[in-house]
Ligand binder design. Sequence first.
Ligand SMILES: [Fe+2]
Ligand SMILES: [Fe+2]
Length: 325
Amino acid sequence: MVVDLWKGTEMAIVHRAERPRYRDLRPQSRLTRAGNRQETAERLLASSARKSYDPLVEVDWDADIPWDMHGMTPEWSSLYGTELWDRMTDEQRKTLTRHEAASVAGTGIWFEMILMQMLLRDIYTHDPATPHVQFALAEIADECRHSTMFARSAQRFGIPSYRPKKWILHAARMFKATATGSLAYGGTLFAEEILDMMQRDFMMDERVQPITRTVSKIHVLEEARHIKFAREECVRRLENASWFDRARVRLVLGVTAYFVVTSLVNDQVYAAAGLDVEEAKKAAAGNRHYHDKIREGCAKTVEFLDEVGLIGGPSTVLLRRAHII
Ligand SMILES: [Fe+2]
Ligand SMILES: [Fe+2]
């Protein structure tokens, strides 16, 4: 409270104006252009009114499952391209891709739950009569439906709920209770954009289960709005950020991205495909093809976050370890 009051004083404004702002150093690019907050939200609300889906109705949950199809695009599997993959039977590969798809969606549910809380905290004091608040509420409603849809999909395939390791789940309580501004929206982008890149492939891939393709299509269509919202908010929140603010966000964001990306594949997916978990984990850890896919999946987020000054510093080590950069 004291800090907030101090920030509003004339002295603080003069002090801020003297600092070189990040945007002065890097001119606004196509990526970092942010429109007026309310106008953007108005457009997103109109798009949401035109195209929103209820997965409980849109997805044919009762349709027979063609068990000879892949659960997701096999090239996105953590074992694709390894010597172990070559040794696996076709059935094992299909079981593995089904479980990996469910595991990725499970990580999606985890981050969507975090995001819903961050969004609610973020708009808590704003005027609900504004398009900005109303779109944030629409996004929360989208995420509620997405999480149910992902959970339903795994259930339909008879797959258990894959979630991040217990300690990560509990350690993230701190993040979800406190993250705000560019940190909250930057973290959201990491989770939303890698899922988006994968699901764009799943929805087009005729080798993939029909349920997974429909689920992916719904998610890709609705997430496009969330990504736009998160990117623009990220830019706005950084407008007057100091070097110290940026450095702090960079650090926590790097840690967040590391745990999101390394939680995508639950170890138990390998056991479900009848593989030795330790052997499979080792094969995945050394799988250059998979690392390239992860980098490819994160490339758009990394490019954007780099433009706004949120990539760099000590957390780069973690981003490299997770093959994000
Ligand atoms: Fe979502
Ligand atoms: Fe989203």
